[in-house]
Design a protein around this ligand. Structure first.
Ligand SMILES: Cc1cc2nc3c(=O)[nH]c(=O)nc-3n(C[C@H](O)[C@H](O)[C@H](O)COP(=O)(O)OP(=O)(O)OC[C@H]3O[C@@H](n4cnc5c(N)ncnc54)[C@H](O)[C@@H]3O)c2cc1C
Length: 381
């Protein structure tokens, strides 16, 4: 069953993108995982072939593609492996801030290079002492003539090493009450004096995805790099986090589907006690349960995608999709590993890597506990 938002052109695009990935990504993925990074050359090839931010307006080098193209891109990247998430983050999470809140001058300067792959982007909200509590960030940006002077530290930043341009949440008014009204977004460029990168972090999973610490020590940021208005940063983040959470749900749903197929294939070829393990009723029931949960997830995420494409407010539904689907994918990962027996614990089997990769989807883009807080708030209890 294919989703109503996917038309023939999306299927043709999916085939073309998959062929591209079969040539340029699948053969190198293990090497990227070992090296701990996806090379810039892959980003450039993505750009050259029109797979970076195709939704951007033609004026700035894009194709005006609808969100269904983003869905296809994120699904196909996830099928290669979860470490590709940094590309989806650039395409559908960070660059939309520039397109929505940037001035004409900022858009002309940055967007065409985001499409070509010359600019890789990141978003930096999280700090060592403030993750879920975004209003509690302590990075400051104080005005000094034509510059903001930025001081602080960010951590867990996806694309942190590669990023040429980072959207940084800072306090332009640390005394604001309530505190979230003091947050602004600054676009900080690679060569900004006082901006340095820390360690590339060593993670349990997503081993090819570059995740890093960022430091700002009297970093001198031109005041033209303010995104939108001062004091509106928190509101911009709350708006754009909806699509971010939807992207995480789409990736987790795809991961669950991939893990199911791996497991189905495995149980059909593995034998024990003189028959294929897929013939044991207990194994069949577990696969039946997995297939049911995956179908429920797919139906729901497709509905939220449609609502998002129709411009409806998806705050509650996207929070539901993000927590439920990521938890479902974690259950599928655990069941899939169990059904692979000892081989599932071996790195040479894909399920081992998928099992390591999936838990973070319940943590980033707002933890699942925060998703439930949002859902509860929307219940007007
Ligand atoms: C691989 C990876 C990539 C990431 N990429 C980025 C990125 O690109 N940019 C970025 O800004 N951040 C990024 N993050 C950070 C991520 O968004 C945060 O880790 C996440 O928001 C949680 O924040 P924290 O780690 O500080 O946990 P905390 O906020 O300290 O939470 C710890 C635990 O307490 C729970 N908790 C906290 N407050 C409450 C509450 N009020 N009620 C109930 N439970 C609560 C949480 O749910 C969690 O279980 C990334 C993280 C990882 C691991």
């Amino acid at each position: 069953m294919t989703a109503a938002y996917l038309r023939e052109e999306h299927h043709i695009f999916r085939d073309a993108f998959r062929k591209f990935l079969e040539k340029e990504a699948y053969p190198y993925y293990s090497e990227w995982e070992q090296k701990g990074i996806i090379p810039r050359s892959f980003w450039t090839k993505m750009g050259e072939n029109g797979f970076l931010c195709p939704w951007i307006d033609e004026t700035y080098g894009g194709f005006n593609a609808d969100f269904a193209y983003s869905v296809v891109i994120n699904e196909e990247l996830e099928k290669v492996g979860s470490s590709m998430v940094g590309i989806g983050l650039h395409n559908d999470i960070v660059v939309p801030y520039l397109a929505s809140y940037g001035t004409e001058e900022q858009k002309r300067k940055w967007l065409p290079k985001c499409v070509s792959g010359e600019i890789i982007t990141a978003i930096a909200m999280t700090e060592p002492r403030a993750g879920s509590d975004l209003a509690g960030i302590s990075t400051t940006a104080s005005k000094d003539g034509d510059y903001y002077i930025v001081n602080g530290q960010k951590t867990f930043i996806t694309n942190g090493i590669h990023a040429d341009l980072v959207v940084v949440a800072c306090k332009t008014n640390p005394d604001a009450k309530p505190p979230h009204r003091g947050i602004s977004l600054l676009v900080i460029e690679r060569d900004t004096p006082g901006f340095t990168r820390g360690r590339k972090l060593d993670k349990v999973g997503l081993r090819a995805q570059d995740t890093a610490e960022l430091f700002f020590h009297d970093a001198k940021v031109p005041k033209e790099n303010l995104l939108g208005e001062e004091g509106k940063g928190f509101y911009y983040l709350m708006e754009k986090l909806q699509q971010e959470r939807l992207i995480v749900a789409i990736a987790a749903q795809t991961a669950a589907e991939v893990m199911f197929e791996l497991t189905k294939r495995y149980v059909k070829q593995r034998s024990a006690f003189g028959k294929r393990i897929s013939e044991f009723q207990t194994v069949q029931f577990r696969l039946a349960e997995m297939a049911t949960e995956i179908s429920i997830g797919r139906t729901f995420v497709d509905r939220v995608i449609e609502e998002h494409m129709q411009g409806k407010s998806v705050v509650a539904h996207v929070s539901m999709a993000k927590w439920w689907i990521t938890e479902m994918a974690k259950r599928i990962a655990a069941e899939s590993m169990q059904l692979h027996g000892g081989y599932g614990y071996m790195e040479e089997y894909e399920i081992a890597r998928r099992y390591r990769d999936i838990p973070v989807s319940a943590i980033y883009a707002g933890t699942n506990e925060m998703m439930k807080t949002i859902i509860a708030r929307n219940l007007e209890l």
